[in-house]
Design a protein. Structure first.
Lengths: 112, 114
C-alpha cells in the first residue's frame, strides 16, 4: 500500500528527444506527487510536483502527466539535453503524513 | 538564504563505533526529515521531527538508531555500534511546516563502515 513503483530503471535518450519516466502507486490516499532530480554526490532537488486535482502540469521543458483512475503519473522531459543526465525519483505522500515514499529511481543518460 | 546543511559530508567508522550526523534546516523551517539511501536504491524514510518532538519514527530501525531535534542547534541522527550494513548516504530534508509539503534536501552524509 505504501509502495511507489518506478520504471524504467535506466533510460538512454538522444539529445533533443523526449525522456519519459513512469510511476505507479497503490495507496489512493496519496495526494502529493513530486519529482526529484539527483546528480552524483548531491542531494535530491525538487523539479516539479502535482496534486491529483489536475491531469497535467508543465514547467519549462518538464511536464507531469497524472492519471488518477490508473494510479499512474509520469515525467516528460522535452528537448532533452546532456545536462539532464541524472537520476530521477518520483515520490508520493499522504495528507498530513509529511513523509515521502520514493520510487526506486531512473538513471537517465542523454547522448550528445 | 542558505539551504539545508549537513555535516560531515563523509564519515568513516569502524564496526562498533558511533556515528553522529548533523542537519541544519533551511532558515525558517521547523520540520526535519531523515532518509537513507542505499547504493543504487531510492530513498527510504527514517524519521520526521519538529523542534523537541519526534512526530513519526516508523522508518527507524528499532535498535541502535536515534534522532533528536533540540530547541537550539541542529538535528542529530545517531547510530550506535555501527555495522557494515549501515553504510549508506543519509539525507536530511526540511520543510516549512504542516500544509507545506515541499521538502528541500541537504547534500547528504556518506557513511562508510569498515
Amino acid at each position: 500500500q505504501q509502495q511507489v513503483k518506478q520504471s524504467p530503471q535506466s533510460l538512454i535518450v538522444q539529445k533533443g528527444g523526449i525522456s519519459i519516466i513512469n510511476c505507479a502507486y497503490e495507496n489512493t490516499a496519496f495526494d502529493y506527487f513530486p519529482w526529484y532530480q539527483q546528480f552524483p554526490g548531491k542531494g535530491p532537488a525538487l523539479l516539479i510536483a502535482i496534486r491529483p486535482d489536475v491531469s497535467e502540469k508543465k514547467e519549462g521543458r518538464f511536464t507531469i502527466s497524472f492519471n488518477k483512475s490508473a494510479k499512474q503519473f509520469s515525467l516528460h522531459i522535452m528537448d532533452s539535453q546532456p545536462g539532464d543526465s541524472a537520476t530521477y525519483f518520483c515520490a508520493a505522500s499522504r495528507p498530513g503524513a509529511q513523509k515521502l515514499v520514493f520510487g526506486q529511481g531512473t538513471r537517465l543518460t542523454i547522448n550528445p | 538564504n542558505a539551504g539545508v546543511m549537513q555535516n560531515p559530508r563523509h564519515l568513516v567508522r569502524r564496526r562498533g563505533q558511533e556515528a553522529r550526523l548533523r542537519c541544519s534546516p533551511m532558515k525558517g523551517h521547523s520540520h526535519v526529515y531523515w532518509y537513507r539511501q542505499l547504493p543504487e536504491e531510492g530513498l527510504k524514510f527514517m524519521v520526521y521531527l519538529q523542534k523537541e518532538n519526534i512526530i513519526d519514527e516508523s522508518g527507524m530501525p528499532k535498535e541502535r538508531f536515534s534522532a533528536e531535534f533540540p530547541k537550539e542547534g541542529p538535528s542529530i541522527l545517531r547510530i550506535q555500534q555501527v555495522v557494515r550494513g549501515d553504510s549508506a548516504a543519509y539525507f536530511c530534508a526540511s520543510s516549512a511546516g504542516v500544509g507545506q509539503e515541499t521538502q528541500y534536501f541537504g547534500p547528504g552524509t556518506r557513511l562508510l563502515v569498515l
